[in-house]
Design a protein around this ligand. Structure first.
Ligand SMILES: *[C@@H]1O[C@H](CO)[C@@H](O)[C@H](O)[C@H]1NC(C)=O
Length: 639
């Protein structure tokens, strides 16, 4: 027995193998359970199952992923579609002039909302924090006057009316018979905002994308003329099927020069979506490293259905209630109309109760929690022109008005929540990933965790899990009807039977998950599906926030060792060193080595790096610097 155990342990070290063993064990258990149930039915009516255990097995395996994650030849053609032209037509310029003329026309009459007020703190759903009620969110942080609210509301309504009027000039569809001047139909591509150090980060990210097999064309938007780098834009990027687009040239419009808009900061991502040539866009922050090849996202669910996918942040929403009023929503009246589905009585007893007791973002009509992390975003220009235009409005008037209303200085204030703020009002379809963002980092010698990046998961896998879960519930419903000898119709007509079914499904699922040792049922189910189907929800993006891959800073300021300088550290230790993960971190050091220390044809000249070399002066010695990077690569490789 001991021998068998050690054999078992040795062969199950491999995680995949372990998953299969657990999966198989669970399946066998289920089959036995089902057989037992069928033969010793007890109270349950015994219905003969002609296929017996085989039937159960078939039905379980029929829950395997559908076609969504399997790429067809058509999909492949779409993925490698690299038509990639820049529009620079008179028609495009005239459209942009019209759009910005309309945007400027709805400028609020007062300069700005206050920008210094007590900041909304970091509050995760699992933290102990006050109820973020209507009253709390309107009294504790930003204070707005009725005059300000009324003025913003009036201007917002004006612009919204233009968006809802499909014939107005703000719509790109209204210029020319087709969209050819505004995006390339059916094209998919990846978009970054570069410039300064962001061009360097984007280069690392693009190099990585190409090395993990991504074939999609890429656009890098350069905000300002002084940030345009000839070698980067004209040699390096084109060699990787990527190109620079110059925001400062495309938006070199008379109407903007005379306005008070200063194109800057968080507006840029929203502008990049507006200006992109692609119909279907994956917008990535420059410091976002795709962990898996994202090309498949465009041809899979949930993107195919929703055409708009956003990823979650850690934090609760802290949107000011007056934002909804400015949008023209009357949350209180709408929520007072709601009925409790069980009792038929009003869900809330009074406006005062809604305002003081209920979390604002539990109310119908608000943007669902948690807030958004916009380091990656998938959107279709064709399907979501309205939301793109309205979020552009929130961004152009972001720094002085809407960023404050939407976020109240909670962490990450900026463009991140403007996309859903628009989609929510317009009833747009969107898919908000539910798998919680993963805190990636390492443990310091004192045991304290230091976060270095946000890990975001594959929406395809998550969507498949939802599909399995639905199928599993449907399977139990079928079992239930069979055992009771009733039809689906009879079930639908009886509340009692439905309640019994719910109880039955609950017990079945508890049985499935009780052996996982995981208390959180949702997590246990995910583990179960992952084991049975060998398909965990995979990490897809690593948003490298602190530190960023600024190699001179990392090496010369000694950031690659712990605080006592006694040991090297892995930035992404808690996730990416799991068995089965590839050497993600090492690859990034290798790119840096090739780009800065490699052979003549590998080396590049990037402004950001030259500036850093200048800043470090005598402390920079190329030979030592390159040796330090090589040492880091060797060290990680030996782990
Ligand atoms: C969104 O849906 C609500 C509720 O059905 C409706 O009242 C509202 O007019 C819709 N908004 C838009 C912009 O279509």
């Amino acid at each position: 027995m001991r021998q068998f155990l050690s054999y078992f342990v040795r062969y199950t070290r491999n995680k995949k193998m372990f998953a299969i063993v657990i999966g198989a064990t669970t399946l066998i258990f289920l089959i036995i359970l089902n057989l037992t149930m069928f033969s010793y039915g007890g109270d349950v009516e015994v219905v003969s199952d002609p296929k017996g255990s085989k039937g159960t097995f078939d039905r379980l395996t029929s829950l395997l992923p559908g076609s969504s994650s399997k790429i067809t030849d058509d999909d492949k053609a779409q993925i490698s579609d690299n038509r990639h032209t820049i529009f620079d037509t008179a028609e495009h310029k005239s459209y942009l002039t019209d759009l910005f003329t309309e945007l400027i026309a709805v400028q609020p009459d007062f300069d700005s909302l206050p920008s210094s007020y007590p900041k909304a703190p970091e509050m995760a759903p699992w933290d102990d924090h006050p109820v973020l009620s209507y009253n709390h969110l309107s009294e504790k942080y930003l204070k707005v006057t009725d005059h300000q609210v009324n003025n913003l509301k009036e201007k917002h309504a004006e612009f919204l009316a233009k968006i809802l009027n499909k014939k107005s000039k703000v719509h790109f569809a209204n210029h020319g018979d087709d969209q050819e001047h505004f995006y390339i139909e059916n094209s998919n591509g990846i978009v970054y905002v570069g410039g300064g150090r962001y061009s360097w980060f984007a280069l690392l990210s693009i190099k990585h994308l190409r090395s993990i097999g991504s074939k999609l064309p890429i656009e890098v938007y350069i905000p300002f003329e002084e940030e345009y780098e000839k070698e980067f834009c004209e040699v390096i990027l084109p060699s990787m099927n990527a190109k620079c687009l110059k925001i400062y040239e495309i938006l070199d419009l008379e109407v903007l020069k005379d306005s008070k808009f200063k194109i800057q900061g968080f507006m840029l991502k929203s502008l990049a979506i507006l200006l992109s040539n692609f119909e279907n866009i994956l917008l990535l922050d420059a410091d976002n490293m795709p962990y898996l090849n994202p090309d498949i996202l465009f041809v899979s669910e949930p993107y195919q259905t929703y055409k708009f996918v956003v990823w979650p942040d850690y934090w609760e929403r802290t949107t000011h209630p007056k934002f909804y009023e400015i949008q023209g929503l009357d949350l209180i009246t709408e929520n007072l109309k709601l009925k409790d589905p069980n009792t038929g009585q009003p869900k809330y007893s009074s406006a005062e109760q809604i305002k003081s007791e209920v979390p604002l973002h539990d109310l119908k009509g608000t943007i669902p929690n948690p807030s958004t992390e916009s380091g990656q975003l998938l959107i279709s220009k064709k399907a979501h022109a309205d939301a793109i235009l309205l979020s552009l409005y929130y961004n152009m008037y972001g720094p002085n008005y809407y960023y404050h209303l939407i976020t109240q200085w909670a962490p990450g204030q900026g463009d991140k929540d403007t996309f859903l703020a628009a989609a929510n009002l317009l009833n747009s379809t969107y898919y908000q990933i539910k798998t919680t963002v993963k805190a990636i980092g390492y443990h310091k010698s004192n045991g304290e965790f230091r976060g270095t990046a946000q890990g975001q998961y594959s929406p395809i896998d998550e969507y498949n899990f939802k599909t399995y879960h639905k199928k599993l519930l449907a399977m139990y419903e079928e079992d239930f009807c069979m055992q009771k000898g009733i039809t689906k119709k009879q079930l639908e007509q009886s509340k009692t039977l439905q309640e019994e079914l719910e109880e039955y499904q609950k017990i079945q699922i508890e049985t499935l998950t009780q052996f996982s040792g995981e208390e959180d049922e949702d997590k246990a189910l995910k583990d179960y599906y992952a084991n049975v189907f060998d398909l965990p929800i995979k990490l897809m993006f690593v948003h490298e926030s602190t530190p960023k891959f600024d190699p001179l800073d990392l090496i010369l300021n000694n950031q690659i060792t712990n605080e006592e300088n006694t040991e090297r550290i892995r930035f992404y230790d808690n996730v990416l060193t799991d068995p089965g993960y590839y050497s993600f971190e090492k690859m990034q050091w290798q790119y840096i080595y090739d780009l800065l220390c490699g052979s003549e044809d590998e080396r590049v000249h990037m402004e950001f790096i030259s500036k850093q070399i200048e800043n470090f002066g005598d402390r920079y010695d190329e030979e030592k610097f390159c040796q330090a990077i090589q040492d880091e690569i060797d060290w990680i490789g030996s782990r």
